[in-house]
Structures are given as C-alpha cells and as structure tokens.
Design a protein around this ligand. Sequence first.
Ligand code: AMP
Ligand code: MG
Length: 338
Amino acid sequence: MFILGIETTCDETGMALIEIKENKIRILANELATQFKVHQKYGGVVPILAAREHKKNLPVILKKIEKNFDLKKIDFLSFSVGPGLLPALVSGKEFVINLAQKLNKKIIPVDHLSAHFYSVLIKNKKDWQKIKEIDFPALVLIVSGGHTNLYLFKNFLEKRKLGETLDDAAGETLDKCARYLGLPYPGGPIIEKLAEKAKGFFPLPKPILQKGYNFSFAGLKTAFIQLVDEIRNYKKLDEKTIADLCFSLQKTIFEILIYKLNKAKDNFKIKTIVVSGGVAANQTLKKMIKKYFVQEKIYFPERKLATDNGLNIALAGYLLYQNGTPPLEKIEVYPRSI
Ligand code: AMP
Ligand code: MG
C-alpha cells in the first residue's frame, strides 16, 4: 500500500511517500520546505505568509516526488486537517482535494497532534522497518511551539484530551523568553545549549500546578521577564547570568510537565509515556523524564521527526485507515485542538 502524506498546519510544508506491507514501512520520500526565513524577521509565524508559502512549495515538492514515482500507484492521500493556522490549513486542503480529484483517490484526514505521537513509531531511514508496537494505555504529551496538550490514548484510534495550555505553549514560552534575552528565534534549542553552562538557579513560579491537567505558562513568562528586568537594573546581563536564567526557565517548565505526567500516570494505569513535538528534541527533558519514570516505557521521537513533517501524517493515514475515508466534501479543517 502506498500513501502520500501532506502537512501544512503551520510554517513547514511537508510531504512524504511511504509504502506499507504487513506492519512494515519503507520511506520512499520525505520532503520538507521550512519557511523559517520568511517569518524570522517578524519574530513569529505570520499565518497569511505561511499559506502563501505552502501554495508555492506544494507543487514544487510534488513534482520532485513524481520524478521517481507514478502517483497513480498511490492508494490514498492523508493530510493534517488541524489544529493549526487557518489560512495554512485551507491552502493545504485546497491542494490535497485538487490532487485527490485529479488522481481519483480518497483522503484520510489526520489530526496533527495525534500524528506527532505516531512519530515515535518509526526511524527516519530508507530501508524497510517494523512499525513499533505500543503498550496501551499511553499517556501522550505534545509539547511544541503552539501546543502543550496531554492525551490519554486507549489505542491508536481512541484518545481523550486530559489537558492543554490555557495560555502560552511550552515552546512558545521558551521562544518568547529567549527573545527577551536578545536570543534569536527559535529559542528552545539555544536555551538548551546555554543552560548547559549554568552554575546557579533562580526560583520561578509554577502556575496552576496542582489544578487538574491543564497548563499555564503566561505567569511564568511574566515572572521571568520581571526577573530579567530586575537583574538588568543593577548589572549588565553577562554570559553566566544568561546561562543561569536559561537553566532556571527550562528546568521550571520541565518540572511542570513532569508533575502533570506523574499525576495522570497515577490516575490511569499507564503503561507507556510518549513525548513529542518540537520541545521533545530537548535532551535534558528526555533525561529528566527517563530518570523520573522508571516503570513505564518512554518514547521520544528521533530529533528530526520531533518537529512538523509529512512522514508522520502519511503514517497516521495508515493507522487511521480503518476509520474509513470520508467523502471529499465532508472534509473540514479546524484551528483548535480536539
Ligand atoms: P514545532 O512547533 O513542533 O514545530 O516545534 C517548534 C518549537 O520547538 C519551538 O518553540 C522551539 O523553540 C522548540 N524546540 C525545538 N528544539 C528544541 C530544543 N532542543 N529544546 C527546547 N525546545 C525546542
Ligand atoms: Mg507541530
């Protein structure tokens, strides 16, 4: 079975072609066009520009894939229908519907956050590989630039959202605080690097820590900004202080994530913990989680598969196939997470 997966929820245009045979997968193409440079000067993703870039990139990537593969052989298409930036989603949908009509193929709509989970099931390599099996129930934490969502998965198809951020996402907090320190976007990887040199720790608040499974990072961000202002009032921010600030911020965010994971783990007999999304590329977070949870199986995606890509959308198409393929006119995109 051949599946073409397409990702356009935010600022990455992703397209991947996979072949599946008896629970084994082979990656035939995995293309990504990042728009990072287009948005960088605005300090964040501009939805309308993201849509314009997807429109421009999608036919170019498809042409590249078509050079080595006859698209008529595809069994179906899959694409991420949300959550994401509405203009970006709409441009993706228009392209995919047109292509599906042209090829006379069905479409599997994919939830982008579930697809982040599926990223941990495979490796980014060319040869045939077995799709990993997961012991359910699984606790799935998606930590990215736009989302901090905690899900309970009973199996690949049935999930329940336990909580999400009420304001800023974890990655967004790292990005915004980095910007306040004068560091470039995206802040997450730079904060990770600078934190390695830290010698001291600044205590920071953990809003709504004990209340349910939702997250809130806006208060933490404000406290961080106030702390930076206070320090700037009496001295220049030197390298050592910046390292300590990065370490403190990262540690506080990760402790909040671990607290909520632990609470959910105790409430629902969890066998597996999955952490995915851009922030899951952080090696300190991975080490902290592996050290804290010793009974459960822990899965993080390969660094390259942690951020948005078409490959996890194609794989999701395979896993969700049994849900059926809706008529094209019934396919809707949605900006907010479900
Ligand atoms: P995504 O939204 O999934 O495309 O991922 C982008 C987000 O992940 C941004 O907020 C980045 O700052 C964050 N990110 C990427 N790499 C790292 C890292 N190594 N440590 C922490 N955050 C990261
Ligand atoms: Mg994402």
